[in-house]
Design a protein around this ligand. Structure first.
Ligand SMILES: Cc1ncc(COP(=O)(O)O)c(C=O)c1O
Length: 454
């Protein structure tokens, strides 16, 4: 493979001047909590699976606007949105039903796991739909306790933030015994320990439900030990606790099934969808689940002015239909397997740099060995960016490269990704990272600083 590498072309130092202007304006106008900033580049447009920054540089998009733009750009979905907006942009579902929302709800019910009567509650973000799940769980079980996992990310609101396992709620909410975070097990031994501890929590009689990402996303693409989720599901049922699955990142075909939980043969009581639900065209989310649980919430306990927004619902129905009909799921499986196996090959040549390659479908992660270089992941990703591939970097120590491209990734683009990874590892392995790059990484690659590391 090495001899197939393209010659190093002259690569730009990023961000370019227009992006830098936008960083200055961001610092001036936007509250610090609203951005974490990966590289400092400002994005202007997109086409197919590529995005362009304001300075005119193009990148193969492996972050997809935080895993939302699952069908790429210039998809034609613009027309779906505007054709509905032209006849009725908003009618406020809380006051009057609209057909677009009803059609989407029916489709979500039909295409989500669970052989029982289901209903839908619409929202605007992953966070608020997680909120809805916890609200409904609490009212239904009459128990406040939520079991979730370290480094899970569930959102930024009153219930979703403390349910997350990053400690971002510190200093905002008083510590609550009702949110318990457990290690997310990746080995059989860890699984046994975790289940034991969770069972003890269940035995207190205060826990009403488990909230889990089937594959942790922001934690750094962590795939649980194979049997864990099913055992957890059975344990929850044994203690009459609800099983709530957060598919905000892993859903909508990302792992090769419409919902990641389908890999595990589980029928969750509640399922949360957002991000890719609208392929990035509209802020919309949904909670789908057992009718009797969802209907414990009283009128107006979970509604928003924009819930069931007609153009957003029309778009989401179209996106679901495309994923189910266009052979996209098969393609995700094929491309995902190929990409992962190629990166694993690369890992075997750079075992000191790449610690692990993991994930399912097109939800992949490369864990780097940051022991001797805490900013290795940022440097790696920055060097890839210079060569036209846009990755995110996540994990508790910014140690994992996240690969979540559009589900429409082509075979040729798989090769582009692996060629660039190869080139960049070569630079890192030969200690050829320039001072300019190191400087830019220090200045612009902020990443998600974990509160516990500050
Ligand atoms: C798994 C998961 N749940 C919930 C959320 C929160 O979604 P939102 O940012 O739309 O509120 C995210 C966002 O990154 C997520 O990845």
């Amino acid at each position: 493979m090495a001899n197939k590498l393209k010659e190093e072309k002259k690569v730009p130092i990023l961000p370019g001047p227009k992006s830098i202007k936008d960083i200055i304006r961001t610092e001036k106008y936007i509250g610090r909590s609203n951005y974490v900033g990966l590289y400092g580049i400002a994005i202007a447009s997109g086409d197919k699976n590529y995005i362009q920054d304001v300075d005119g540089y193009w990148y193969l998009d492996c972050l997809t606007g935080a895993s939302c733009n699952i069908l790429g750009y210039h998809t034609g979905i613009e027309e779906i949105y505007t054709s509905q907006a032209r006849v009725m942009q908003h009618s406020c579902f809380p006051y009057a039903p609209n057909e677009a929302a009803l059609e989407l709800a029916k489709m979500l019910i039909e295409h989500s796991p669970g052989h029982y009567r289901k209903k839908v509650l619409f929202g605007l973000s992953g966070s608020d739909s997680v909120e809805a799940a916890i609200q409904a769980m609490r009212k239904y079980t009459k128990r406040f306790g939520v079991v979730s996992f370290k480094y899970d990310y569930h959102g930024s609101t009153g219930l979703s933030q403390p349910a997350s396992g990053f400690g971002l709620d510190k200093g905002i909410f008083p510590h609550s015994k009702y949110f318990r975070h457990f290690n997310f097990p990746v080995t059989l031994q860890q699984e046994e320990k975790t289940l034991e501890k969770i069972e003890k929590a269940f035995q207190t009689g205060t826990v009403g439900g488990v909230l889990v990402e089937p594959i942790q996303g922001d934690a750094g693409i962590v795939v649980p030990e194979q049997g864990f989720l099913y055992s957890l599901y059975q344990l929850a049922a044994q203690y009459d606790c609800l099983f709530m699955v957060d598919e905000v990142q892993s859903g909508m075909g990302r792992t090769g099934k419409l919902w990641a939980i389908e890999h595990y043969g589980i029928e969750p009581d509640l399922l949360i969808a957002a991000k890719g639900l609208s392929a990035g065209y509209a802020p919309i989310s949904a909670l789908v689940g057992r009718q009797e649980v969802i209907d414990t919430l009283d009128p107006a306990q979970h509604l928003f002015t924009y819930s069931g927004h007609p153009p957003s619902c029309k778009v989401a129905t179209f996106v679901l239909d495309r994923i189910l009909k266009d052979n996209i799921l098969n393609s995700v499986v094929k491309r995902g397997e190929n990409l992962k196996s190629k990166i694993k090959d690369i890992q075997s040549k750079y075992p000191d740099i790449i610690k692990d390659v993991r994930g399912v479908g097109l939800m992949l992660g490369i864990e780097l060995n940051i022991k001797n270089n805490p900013t290795l992941t940022q440097t790696f990703c920055y060097l890839c960016l210079q060569r036209g591939v846009f990755f995110g970097y996540f994990g508790p120590h910014n140690n994992v490269v996240r690969i979540e491209p559009p589900l429409t990734l082509t075979e040729e683009e798989v090769t582009t990704v692996t060629d660039v990874i190869y080139q960049v590892l070569d630079i890192i392995a030969q200690n050829k990272v320039s001072g300019e790059v190191t400087e830019a990484v220090k200045k612009y690659c902020l990443g998600i600083g974990m509160t516990e590391n500050k």
